[in-house]
Design a protein around this ligand. Structure first.
Ligand code: AMP
Length: 273
């Protein structure tokens, strides 16, 4: 595995390149994206960049877990050929140009983390220009991010295929996340309740159909009783993130909660497209 820190060091070879953008602290979710890219393309480039522009003031940018030596070893074993680990200076410098996906990028995660998706979209577009991948891989764990990038690529007519891969979970159902490392043992044990609750709500929605709002309100009550602070729990169209008040295809449950000082997000498809 080769590690490079500047855009100028990336060669543009005449092979199918797969790009896996990440912020490091690799877990099985990241490694599955890399393995999938390895199966589907000829050269896998992973980027490792803790993007300061997607963190709000007071968020966890400075304490975000970083371990490049461990990450490089895991990436090599998952089939990554080139690790692009730029400095903040290389990626952000004094740039003033921003990509904003209006509407879609302002709701849910965008509403709770103002500027977050501008930071994501701007850096992902830069990575696309720097690496010029045929295919780029993202996890459905961050479903709104998938929708934002899909819309950006479509609106800006950027030529890249997007692959959105299934969420990898711990044995008890908790979606893997670099942020899970922040959880105390007690909160870690409680955290799996979120996914269990999403599955319960999906079951209830499929039975009750019309009672979307009441079902969601009851679930929020259970989450609060279990010690979670609920940012949102909603049923949405997974492409537009418009709220759904009825069970119309496609629809997905999305949730963001805080447990102690750790923010968790998750989602569950209710009706496929
Ligand atoms: P991050 O390093 O958290 O920015 O994530 C890098 C990529 O890995 C993003 O496309 C995420 O959606 C994806 N990812 C993170 N966690 C998971 C997971 N549990 N399952 C699948 N993909 C994931």
């Amino acid at each position: 595995l080769k590690i490079v820190r500047t855009a100028a060091e990336i060669e543009h070879l005449d092979v199918r390149t797969g790009l896996v953008p990440t912020m490091g602290a690799f877990h099985e979710g990241h490694l599955e994206l890399m393995r999938t890219a390895k199966r589907e393309t000829d050269r896998v480039v992973a980027s490792l960049f803790v993007n300061p522009t997607q963190f709000g003031p007071g968020e966890d940018f400075s304490r975000y877990p970083r371990d490049e030596v461990r990450d490089a070893d895991l990436a090599a074993r998952a089939g990554v050929d080139l690790l692009f680990a730029p400095t903040v200076e290389e990626m952000v410098a004094d740039g003033v140009t921003k990509v904003t996906v209006s509407g879609l990028g302002d709701r849910f995660e965008g509403a709770h983390r103002p500027g977050h998706f501008d930071g994501v979209a701007t850096i992902v577009l830069k990575l696309f220009h720097i690496v010029r991948p045929e295919v780029a891989y993202f996890g459905k764990k961050d479903l709104q991010q998938c929708a934002v990038i899909d819309r950006m690529v479509c609106d800006l007519k950027f030529e890249v295929s997007l692959r959105f891969c299934e969420t990898v979970r711990e044995r008890d159902g908790l979606a893997m996340s670099s942020r899970n490392a922040y959880l105390s043992p007690e909160h870690r044990a409680q955290a799996s309740f979120l996914y269990a609750e999403l599955k319960r709500v999906r079951g209830e929605l499929i039975v009750s159909k019309s009672l979307v709002e009441a079902t969601l309100e009851e679930s929020k009550g259970r989450l609060r009783a279990a010690g979670f602070l609920v940012d949102y729990l909603d049923l949405v169209n997974p492409r537009t993130f418009d709220k759904r008040n009825e069970l119309v295809r496609p629809c997905t449950l999305i949730a963001a909660v805080t447990l102690g000082s750790t923010r968790l997000i998750d989602n569950l498809t209710v009706l496929e497209a």
